[in-house]
Design a protein around this ligand. Structure first.
Ligand code: GLV
Ligand code: MN
Ligand code: MN
Ligand code: MN
Length: 439
């Protein structure tokens, strides 16, 4: 039937995407503008401009738009029957400080393109369909990834998210910024206030597997587990020139050993450990830093693996602080004064398994879009990155669609996806939603 042959408009999809990327192609933390890169931190002025475009565009397309207390924006296109909630396509418009044009952004634009295709073909779906833009998915500005789908799902308390303070420069809270840009909505941020029949998310893979295997579509069956910690190491500030090694408590040296050690622990468990934030005080060339804090992001496919690495981190970091040589760094055997360490568990995203009927809808949609070669151009995979779909999956059937990106690169201004691949992904999204609507 007519539904089966629906195509997305590739030119329009890409034109819209690059149009909204005018907001946030600015200077990022001291670096020059690049052709492709994006700096659109959550709830910044450029995020507001992209949001305003999203609201106006979806309203003009006939959608009813609501905004919740986390600034999540839901645009719903009515169906023939409206006694069931909408099936949503969604992702995020915010980016990393040195992000690209596809991470998140593509999934939102593909949802809007879906509405455009339905409208221009005069298609009435059985039930409503919608597009959602989730707030602060990146957790780059307010340090909790997927914070606002997390509140929607009831996994993160509203107050905890509202009180999150920006990483740089550390003045504004999320509630203040929501209010400042006019996106502190009146609808409760809850899956009960905004029901979803299902959630489908198109996203770039952000890794190299699809490209290496020459596949066009990843059918995502789940997401690996992760945990974010803040580690604070306390030593003492002393003069760099006059304080011999025995008399120092160098918090940065201890922190460095901890970071190396965490990497070793993770590798031994087939896990990943990464530090992306490092702060040292007082920050002076001729003072040994006495106060250092750093982030630690631990990831692995299984919850138990993350828990094992965490347990070892908790066991070993105090020993390293006290001066035990666990990192393998050759100190020349000079004992320094001990430091102390405290570890805060900030955030935790258990391993996620997506819903069988959504996975099936994506698999079949991919076969339809890719034609006779569909099977050989598709593969099932687990996501290494977190996504809002982690939280929606707790409250409604959910799954994701991945497309390849160049060299698997993401969270980088050079992030790139071919237009053709973006269009394939958007078309698989469209057909996944249509299939689910009929299920
Ligand atoms: C969230 O996007 C994450 O994977 O850090
Ligand atoms: Mn993303
Ligand atoms: Mn991202
Ligand atoms: Mn992400």
């Amino acid at each position: 039937d007519a539904l089966k042959s629906l195509k997305v408009n590739k030119k329009r999809l890409m034109k819209d995407l690059h149009h909204t990327c005018q907001w946030g192609t600015g200077k990022r933390w001291g670096k020059a503008e690049t052709e492709t890169g994006m700096t659109r931190l959550a709830l910044s002025d450029s995020d507001k401009q992209a949001r305003d475009w999203f609201v106006k565009t979806t309203e003009d397309l006939g959608c009813k738009v609501t905004v919740d207390e986390m600034g999540n924006i839901f645009a719903v296109r009515p169906g023939l029957k409206n006694d069931k909630p909408a099936t949503f396509a969604g992702s995020h418009l915010d980016t990393q400080p040195t992000g690209g044009r596809y991470d998140g952004i593509l999934g939102v634009h593909a949802g809007i393109e879906m509405i455009k295709v339905l409208n221009e073909n005069w298609i009435e779906t059985e039930y409503p369909v919608g597009v959602v833009n989730w707030t602060n998915e990146e957790g780059a500005r307010f340090p909790m990834s997927m914070s606002s789908s997390g509140v929607w799902a009831g996994s993160i308390p509203l107050a905890a998210a509202h009180n999150l303070r920006e990483v740089h420069p550390g003045t504004a809270t999320m509630a203040e910024e929501l209010s400042r840009i006019g996106y502190l909505g009146s609808v409760a941020a809850s899956h009960e206030a905004t029901l979803m029949a299902a959630h489908f998310e198109l996203h770039i893979e952000q890794g190299p597997l699809l490209e290496m295997a020459n596949k066009k579509v990843g059918v995502v069956i789940g997401v690996q587990a992760y945990k974010w910690l803040t580690v604070n190491v306390k030593g003492r500030d002393t003069h760099t020139g006059t304080t011999d090694l025995k008399s120092r408590a160098d918090a940065l040296l201890a922190a460095s050993k901890m970071i190396l050690h965490s990497h070793r622990l993770a590798t031994a468990h087939n896990a990943l450990a990464s530090t992306g934030i490092l702060n040292l005080k007082p920050g002076s060339t001729n003072t040994v830093p006495g106060d250092v804090s750093f982030s630690l992001d631990i990831r692995a496919p299984a919850d138990e693996t993350v828990a094992s690495v965490l347990a070892l981190v908790q066991q070993d970091f105090p020993k390293i602080a006290a001066g035990e040589n666990l990192s393998g760094l050759n100190d020349g055997g000079t004992p320094s004064l001990p430091c102390t360490v405290s570890i805060t568990e900030d955030f935790d995203s258990p391993a996620t398994t997506f819903h069988a009927s959504c996975i099936d809808a994506v698999t079949r949609a991919a076969q339809r879009v890719l034609g006779p070669d569909g099977k050989s151009l598709t593969m099932e995979m687990t996501s290494g990155a977190g996504h809002d779909s982690v939280y929606t999956s707790k409250r409604c059937p959910t799954s994701m669609i991945f497309i390849p990106c160049r060299e698997g690169m993401s969270h980088n201004p050079e992030e790139f996806c071919k237009e053709e691949d973006c269009a394939i992904g958007a078309e698989v999204l469209l057909h996944s939603v249509l299939r689910f609507d009929r299920m």
